[in-house]
Ligand binder design. Structure first.
Ligand code: PHE
Ligand code: ZN
Length: 877
């Protein structure tokens, strides 16, 4: 394979020809599906006359080609591995092609493929070119008319985008359905489904009084698992009307669940296709976390109907235009539907662990990259989550009302168009009158900005001097970094009163909480009339995606943990406090010194437990120690064993001292109420289960009994899975083994539950974890062709079982590389994603670095897909 070539943002040109209308017909057969396409094309007004017509196409067998009904001679066009060129075409014309494809051989799950006997498509970003010859780029928007033909008995349901307009029977037991989508769309939003599916139906009346039919299509055995997704969909539709004034625009909205899917879900116009894990729930099979994830993904895909479909991206460099905005929208929706502070804590804590790591590693890239080899590698935490943080900052900068006006302007001005990030930001600048030019650097500059803050209280003058210094570290290909415009939400908490003091900055009264704007590399802020010595509470609500350092003492942090009026920063103070103790213990472990628990941490936790909280979910977060991954992120050199030992030590020390308090917390929060995925219940369950984790950390006899009883009670999957995880991760194999066996047998028929069973076993800290991975890879419920299985077994092991993945003998690295090499052939997109933990080799000791690089080199020696090639090249650069 020749070296794949990058695509550059600065090379963008509009297409030479655009498609105004697309007619498709599919005759579905597993080994040989015929696709006929009639494209109505015309020269783009901004492009010169006489250009050849270039269409993308991969793995297509061309059967016929004609222009305006005239078949082309062999010398009138040429074919390559990546497409078709017609040398001379008229200004306006119809192109008819017929190709053959083989869905049953498609293991990459891009284009048209088979999942459990069901046909489905995945076209974003560049999958449509595996279906037919087409200008496969988002700035080509056409109306579609699609006829799907299939065997009536095996494929009774045939779906595509838009509305069904005709159906009928055909010879040989076949039938057809024709669908029309009146909204012009890029081909990445095309979808088709054919299978033996059953539907659950509901209705929604839009704000203007139109009736929309809502359908969720699943395999028959899953009919009982759609209720939560349907309820979430209706809530999301209502929320988008109320919050953004956005109404749905077709008579029909469909969701289809498929078992084999590379991502979470896909926003195809009127026909969202979902990974079954992102739509199916039942109290007995899905955890609270899964219920909440379904709610947010259903909303996310629905919200794309405006932020993505009606207004789409000009090119794939603008991916965050739709993803950043849509993630921000779904985050706000979930915050409104659940506990808002806990949603922010979860999102920020995930972000600081995973996105910070991405931004600090060899695949770091800006929210808007300027080049890529394989766009499939850019569905990242940076594009999605950092993109959402940037939109959130914009919203905070201009204020919600103005942001909403900017959003209205954006949707109105660009409806039906494919646009850029500048177009979005310029709407915000226009409605607010703000100069957002410096702010635009957030889109072009990679890396996590670091803020070093320093503060001093001047008693004599009653002033508080706050100095902020910002710096963005060098990232690959970006040596020079410019200062960013960073909104820092803050307060000054009086050490006497425990209250937010009023903020007077340069003669302006900002109230008790304000956003200060850091624009320079270094900037000082002088607050006047500060009546008592304060502790600053900075970056409240995680107001910018930065790493903030401030020389807090442990007393300061305990004070903020008790007094900060900002729930997020109260939680963060606890995390910082725990980090200080963990740092000491990590050092002690490395130096072979006896570990001693800092009593101040114990007292802070005791105070938390005594004080309780109205929001149980927040308290549960506060009682949760930073994860091993987050701790690792904060260390200059990652020592997985020291981190594990230190964290375990803190947990055990807290459990020993506060054993009775945790027991009381457990008892106070158990309940026999029927399961509901409601915020109060979820909060109570989290709190109870956190308490149980502490008790199990010391293998308290009563704690073990309670865990066993919780498992046996089989009340709901949240509790059962938590109990089974605690048993499996304990040292008591005599408890774990029978429970694992019973669970595995009981749920052998349910792939989504088996995935959970895989994950909780391969994340156990015991030294046999790698052997379990190998053993489970041979389990009948595991297949290398199913991305959910890969993520649940291999992904969970490599990303969540840090002590075992980083075994000193390198055996886990070797296993991961073996899997990547196999998947490189089967499913390059999933393969490339799976390499991530190996790309972080710089963070480890020399011996591990050598082993990790060795495996990356072993992968590089293979015949690689562009996806894997790009990641491995960056990792070894
Ligand atoms: N666009 C989808 C989403 O966010 C994600 C996706 C990308 C799905 C590529 C499949 C392939 O919401
Ligand atoms: Zn999305």
């Amino acid at each position: 394979m020749s070296e794949p070539k990058p695509t550059f943002l600065h090379d963008y040109r509009p297409p030479a020809y655009r498609v105004t209308h697309t007619e498709l017909s599919f005759d579905l057969e597993p080994g040989a599906t015929r696709v006929k396409a009639s494209l109505h094309l015309e020269r783009h007004p901004q492009r010169e006359a006489g250009s050849p017509l270039m269409l993308d196409g991969e793995q297509l067998e061309l059967k016929s080609i004609a222009i305006d009904g005239q078949p082309l001679d062999d010398d009138e066009y040429s074919l390559s591995e990546t497409g078709l060129t017609v040398h001379r075409v008229p200004e306006r014309f119809r192109l008819d092609t017929e190709v053959e494809i083989a869905p049953e051989e498609n293991t990459a799950l891009e284009g048209l493929y088979l999942s459990n006997g069901m046909y489905c498509t995945q076209c974003e970003a560049e999958g449509f070119r595996r279906i037919t010859f087409y200008p496969d780029r988002p700035d080509v928007m056409a109306t579609f008319s699609t006829t799907v033909i299939g065997d009536q008995a095996r494929l009774p349901v045939l779906l595509s985008n838009g509305n069904p307009v005709e159906r009928g029977e055909l010879p040989n037991g076949k039938h057809f359905v024709t669908w029309e989508d009146p909204h012009p769309k890029p081909c990445y939003l095309f979808a088709l489904v054919g299978g033996d599916l059953k539907k659950v139906e509901d209705r929604f009346t839009t704000m203007s009084g139109r009736e929309v039919a809502l359908q969720i299509w699943v395999e028959e055995e899953n009919l009982g698992k759609t209720g939560h997704a349907m309820a979430s969909l209706k809530r999301a539709m209502k929320w988008d009307e109320e919050t953004y004034g956005r109404e749905y625009d077709l008579d029909l909205f469909m969701i289809v669940a498929v078992n084999d899917f590379n991502m979470g879900a896909m926003e195809n116009k009127g026909l969202n296709i979902f990974n079954s894990a992102a739509v199916l729930t039942h109290p007995k099979t899905a955890t609270d976390v899964a219920f909440q994830r379904v709610e947010s993904i259903v909303a996310h895909e629905y919200f794309h109907n405006w932020s993505g479909n009606r207004v789409t991206c000009r090119d794939w460099f603008q991916l965050s235009l739709k993803e950043g905005f849509t993630v921000f929208r779904d985050q706000c929706f979930s915050a409104d539907a659940n506990s808002a502070p806990v949603k922010r804590i979860e999102d920020a804590s995930f972000f600081r662990t995973a996105q910070f790591a991405e931004d600090a590693g060899p695949t770091a890239h800006p929210v808007r990259p300027d080049h890529y080899i394989e766009i499939g590698n850019f569905y990242t935490l940076t594009i999605y989550e950092k993109g959402a943080e940037v939109v959130r900052m914009l919203c905070n900068l201009v204020g919600w009302e103005t942001f909403r006006r900017g959003s209205d302007l954006y949707f109105e001005r660009f409806d039906g168009q494919a646009v850029t990030i500048e177009d979005f930001v310029s709407c915000m600048a226009e409605v607010s009158g703000l100069d957002l030019s410096q702010f635009m650097r957030w889109y072009s500059q990679a890396g996590t900005p670091e803020i070093d803050a320093y503060g001093e209280y001047d008693y004599a003058n009653a002033e508080y001097h706050l100095t902020l210094r910002q710096r963005t570290p060098v990232t690959p290909g970006q040596a020079d970094k410019q200062p960013l415009h960073i909104p820092v939400r803050m307060g000054l908490v009086g050490t006497k009163s425990g209250r937010d003091l009023s903020l007077n900055l340069e003669g302006e009264d900002l109230g008790t909480a304000a956003v200060i704007h850091l624009r320079e590399a270094e900037q000082s802020f002088v607050f006047t009339d500060v009546s008592e010595a304060p502790v600053p509470s900075l970056l409240r609500g995680f107001s910018a995606p930065v790493q903030l350092r401030f020389p807090y003492s442990r007393e300061d942090l305990a004070f903020l943990l008790a007094n900060d009026s900002d729930g997020f920063n109260r939680w963060d103070a606890g995390q910082r406090l725990a980090m200080l103790a963990l740092d000491d213990l990590i050092a002690a472990h490395r130096n072979g010194v006896e570990k001693v628990m800092d009593p101040r941490i114990v007292e802070a936790f005791r105070a938390l437990l005594e004080r309780g909280s109205d929001d149980k979910a927040v308290l549960a977060e506060m009682l949760t120690l930073p994860s091993e991954a987050y701790i690792a992120e904060q260390q200059p050199l990652v020592d997985v064993d020291a981190i594990h030992a230190a964290r375990t030590f803190v947990k055990q020390s807290l459990a020993v001292t506060l054993r009775d308090e945790f027991m009381a917390l457990f008892e106070a929060n158990r309940s026999d109420e029927p399961y509901a995925p409601e915020p109060e219940q979820i909060g109570a369950r989290s709190l109870k289960n956190v308490a149980l984790s502490y008790l199990m950390a010391i293998e308290d006899e009563q704690g073990i009994e309670l865990t066993q009883a919780q498992f046996d009670a089989d009340h709901n999957m949240t509790d059962v899975r938590h109990a089974l995880t605690l048993l499996t991760h304990s040292s008591r194999d005599e408890l774990a083994d029978p429970a694992l066996r019973a669970f595995g047998e009981k749920w052998a028929h349910d792939p989504l539950v088996m995935d959970q069973w895989f994950s909780l076993q391969v994340t156990r800290p015991q030294a046999d974890a790698l052997d379990r991975v190998k053993f489970l890879m041979a389990h009948p419920a595991f297949s290398m062709k199913n991305p959910n299985n890969i993520r649940a077994l291999i992904g969970a092991f490599a990303n969540q079982n840090r002590v075992n993945f980083h075994r000193a003998d390198g055996e886990s690295y070797r296993l991961l590389a073996d899997v990547v090499i196999e998947l490189n052939r089967l499913n390059p997109e999933v393969a490339a994603r799976l390499i991530t933990p190996l790309t972080r080799w710089q963070r480890f000791d020399e011996a591990r670095q050598g082993l990790m690089k060795g495996e990356l080199e072993r992968i590089r020696a293979e015949r690689l897909s562009p996806n894997v090639y790009e990641v491995v090249e960056k990792a070894l650069a």
